[in-house]
Ligand binder design. Sequence first.
Ligand SMILES: Nc1ncnc2c1ncn2[C@@H]1O[C@H](COP(=O)(O)OP(=O)(O)OP(=O)(O)O)[C@@H](O)[C@H]1O
Ligand SMILES: [Mg+2]
Length: 234
Amino acid sequence: MLSVDSVSASYGNLRVLWDVSMSAEAGEIVSIIGANGAGKSTLLKSIMGLVRTQGGEIVFEGTRVNGVAPHTLVAMGIAYVPEGRRLFPEMTVRENLRMGAPRRCPEVNERLKFVQDLFPVLEERRFQLVMTLSGGEQQMVAIGRALMAKPKMLLLDEPSLGLSPIAFEKVIGAIEKINREGVAVLLAEQSSERAMEISDRTYVLENGRVAGSGLSDELLHDPMVRLAYLGVGT
Ligand SMILES: Nc1ncnc2c1ncn2[C@@H]1O[C@H](COP(=O)(O)OP(=O)(O)OP(=O)(O)O)[C@@H](O)[C@H]1O
Ligand SMILES: [Mg+2]
């Protein structure tokens, strides 16, 4: 469904991705783990057309998408939840959700229902200002807004950021449910263990390079990965 082949990216003279290759198939949850500054967010931004890439190729459903504008990618079926959520805090839950739907979208009510069935709390709080929601609820709004575009693939950047373990668990449950509805998920996470537990495959980024990849189950039990990325001994 999505393939990234030998893609590099820089900020000015600072190169942060080096020949990164990865893929995600329909129906999969794929996690991207790595330390602070490893390049997880830059990889998602590169896919989403928010960072210009050098060399290589990004292909979504058979179409080369390097340099394609973010709104075109959304229309093609890729939705993105940025790190830090980037909501409109002084607008209501409902208004924020509507922002995620295309203009003059005839299915907007149907999509709102899908999101509110997934996150019933957002239905209860539909007229509440986003700034008054808890962190977990705000993350649900951010994911809900992305789902309003009816994506085939969802890119999630660090959904655990600022959340309590309990709130993050709710988000994890929602990610699994979204995936069961047929949406492929690319999940960049520093809370690597949970991300790996719910994903089919994992890519480990280290200093902008893919340092390892494989079935999440296998990597989770790999002593090297456990020590280096999960901070636990064997
Ligand atoms: N807009 C920017 N301008 C310059 N350098 C940047 C910019 N954004 C990121 N970088 C640098 O690129 C590198 C990779 O950053 P990136 O945000 O992709 O890492 P990350 O893996 O998402 O980290 P984190 O876990 O902290 O979110 C870092 O060294 C960072 O300082
Ligand atoms: Mg990041």
